[in-house]
Design a protein around this ligand. Structure first.
Ligand SMILES: Cc1cc2nc3c(=O)[nH]c(=O)nc-3n(C[C@H](O)[C@H](O)[C@H](O)COP(=O)(O)OP(=O)(O)OC[C@H]3O[C@@H](n4cnc5c(N)ncnc54)[C@H](O)[C@@H]3O)c2cc1C
Length: 574
């Protein structure tokens, strides 16, 4: 049980005597109103007591501020009314999709509800795509446990799901001369976490990274790697579907009915579902789902990160990942590795992310200033970074808890609730390992009422869409001979063929928007950012799916690409 008196004293000492503090569900419950968001965060941090409390439930309101409601589709129908799956997974990010795949190994009925038009649109599409070595994680933390196991699982996943993963390693530059003195300490920590580490002298660095910003050598972690995070997410979900799981897009969970410590039903915009077990994998909304389900013992305070992507011609900067050595801030406020430079799996250079606390969970906006901040900071690493190389940028919000820890648990309060919540970085790395444990928890709960067996015909293999431009010339010619669509280039920057785009539209989770196609085959991701290929792809989507051209969208409802016809055209699909 948390020591409420102690926490009250701490808050009072810091000038927050007006805040009400009490115990709730084994956590610390804060209530009241404050003038500034930073003050609310400060109270949350002061209330952390990992030894005795389950978490901080921070319900302090920001004076005069009403948070934006969760984005949900306007669609209302009864498609899933009355369905009774064994497990309902809430959230189609990498964690939810990895869980759905793990569950599809068993002879049970699995549904996944994702509120957006596609899977992998939240944090899971808006990150660095790094498979972390795990060096900056505290030994014995939950994060390190799942990071290390997840890192290992990526090698198998890559083969089974046909998604490229490259263990390129990570250079952590020593920015001050005295940092060398800390090297033995880092080695000790690395050994504790079983992480290979090597000192790289300046001479070797000069060969590897042009115009390097610091002159004191670096540490090299060979275990770090890169992956396309959204492609891995899509592959996990597709393989789950191939093994019987059902992915329900445009399906938002809007309420959960529970009684006497059990979830009875889950309300969605597409009908009420009656699952035997509910898995909370809702990312930045995981505390909202926990509240609805009756076990919110933590709070998500979103932390936004801005990133920029550079043209492939800037790829000379590095073939791996570069970061700088950073000491943890003494205030405990700073929770970023300081960002860095990543050569993505597709050969672009990615710089960032920043780390800014925001009360808005779905704030994906970027500004000139935020982009400048990222650029200037990373220019310190190498003089090769220039603004004109930036081709696009984006932002994602991390699902941070005040404990800065993952929550991976069978709820002790609600018998049929399992939570994979507060999964911030390194969630991409950790997801496959988290999924193993969550699937175990679900089958344990289900076993209380029926015998749960593994499927005899589970097939872990998923074949991806062929990447025509990377095929050897003979294989490419053979493919085009078989299907001439692979010889028609639609996206000129990335050299993506009509055949690949059609494969994406016809895939197990059909890509029916421009962005969904982009995530699957990279059409529109090059220098011109879809300037040339978007009209062609829009027409292909309309023709393949049968929706009118005016209804094709960039990223779901509200992002229609065309508003009206300017010429008389004979087309039944208008
Ligand atoms: C800028 C940035 C950089 C990062 N870099 C890395 C990195 O290099 N390596 C790494 O390992 N990790 C990294 N991370 C962390 C990683 O991206 C996340 O930990 C991971 O994606 C979390 O996955 P998730 O499935 O839990 O959440 P999400 O991907 O956010 O998925 C949650 C899903 O739930 C859905 N949802 C929410 N509420 C509802 C509802 N009521 N009904 C239905 N659906 C709902 C959302 O729409 C969303 O799709 C980074 C994160 C950020 C923001």
């Amino acid at each position: 049980m948390p020591d409420i008196r102690k926490i009250k004293r701490k808050l009072k000492k810091a000038g927050f005597g007006s805040i009400e503090v009490s115990e709730k569900l084994g956590g610390v419950w804060l209530r009241g109103e404050l003038d500034e968001y930073e003050q609310i965060l400060e109270c949350g941090r002061l209330a952390v007591d990992k030894k005795t409390s389950r978490g901080v439930i921070n319900d302090i309101r920001l004076k005069g501020y009403i948070p934006a409601p969760m984005r949900i589709p306007s669609l209302r129908d009864n498609l899933y009314e009355g369905r009774t799956p064994d497990v309902l997974v809430v959230g189609g990010g990498i964690v939810g999709c990895a869980i759905a795949r793990e569950l599809s190994r068993y002879d049970i009925n699995v549904m996944l509800a994702e509120k957006e038009y596609d899977i992998a649109t939240g944090q899971s599409a808006r990150n660095d795509g790094m498979i972390h070595a795990g060096i900056d994680l505290k030994p014995d933390s939950i994060k390190v446990k799942y990071n290390m196991r997840g890192n290992k699982l990526y090698d198998t996943l890559s083969k089974e799901l046909d998604v490229p993963v490259r263990k390129v390693g990570q250079y952590v530059l020593l920015t001050k001369k005295w940092h060398k003195l800390l090297y033995p300490v880092v080695v000790l920590r690395a050994r504790k976490n079983n992480i290979p580490i090597r000192y790289v002298c300046q001479k070797e660095l000069d060969r590897k990274i042009p115009k390097i910003g610091y002159r004191h050598g670096a540490m090299f972690f060979a275990g770090a790697g890169i992956v396309s995070p959204y492609l891995m997410c899509i592959a996990l979900a597709e393989n789950a579907v191939q093994n019987g799981a059902e992915i329900c897009l445009n399906t938002a969970v809007t309420g959960i009915e529970h009684k006497d410590g059990r979830i009875l039903s889950v309300a969605t915009n597409r009908g009420t579902i009656y699952p035997k077990v509910v898995v909370n994998a809702a990312g930045v909304f995981s505390d909202v789902i926990a509240e609805q389900a009756g076990d919110r013992h933590f709070t998500i305070h979103p932390r936004k990160g801005v990133e920029a992507i550079l043209d492939k011609k800037a790829s000379r900067i590095t073939d791996s990942v570069i970061g700088r050595f950073a000491m943890k801030s003494s205030t405990g406020k700073q929770h970023t590795k300081g960002g860095g430079i990543v050569r993505t799996i597709d050969g672009n250079i990615l710089i960032g992310p920043s780390a800014v606390e925001t009360p808005e969970r779905e704030d994906e906006s970027t500004t000139c200033e935020s982009l400048d901040e990222v650029l200037v900071k990373q220019q310190g690493l190498t003089g090769e970074l220039t603004r004109s190389d930036i081709i696009t940028y984006f932002a994602g919000t991390r699902a941070a808890t005040y404990e800065e820890e993952f929550i991976v648990e069978k709820s002790p309060v609600i018998q049929n609730l399992v939570q994979a919540a507060g999964i911030q970085s390194p969630g991409i790395t950790a997801a496959p390992a988290i999924a193993e444990d969550i699937a175990k928890f679900c089958t344990e709960i289900l076993s209380e009422t029926k015998k749960i067996e593994k499927k005899k015909d589970f097939n872990p293999i998923r074949k991806g869409i062929p990447c025509v431009r990377e095929l050897p010339i003979e294989e490419r010619a053979a493919l085009i001979k078989k299907n001439p669509d692979y010889g028609v280039i639609v996206c000129r920057c990335e050299e993506i063929s009509k055949g690949e785009i059609l494969d994406a539209i016809r895939s197990p989770i059909p890509a029916t928007t421009l962005d969904a196609i982009k995530r699957r085959v990279r059409a529109g991701m090059g220098r011109c950012q879809g300037g040339f290929c978007s009209p062609v792809i829009t027409r292909m989507i309309a023709e393949e799916t049968g929706v009118g051209l005016l209804h094709v969208t960039k990223k779901g409802e509200g992002s229609e690409l065309l508003t009206s016809y300017t010429k008389e055209v004979a087309n039944d699909n208008l």
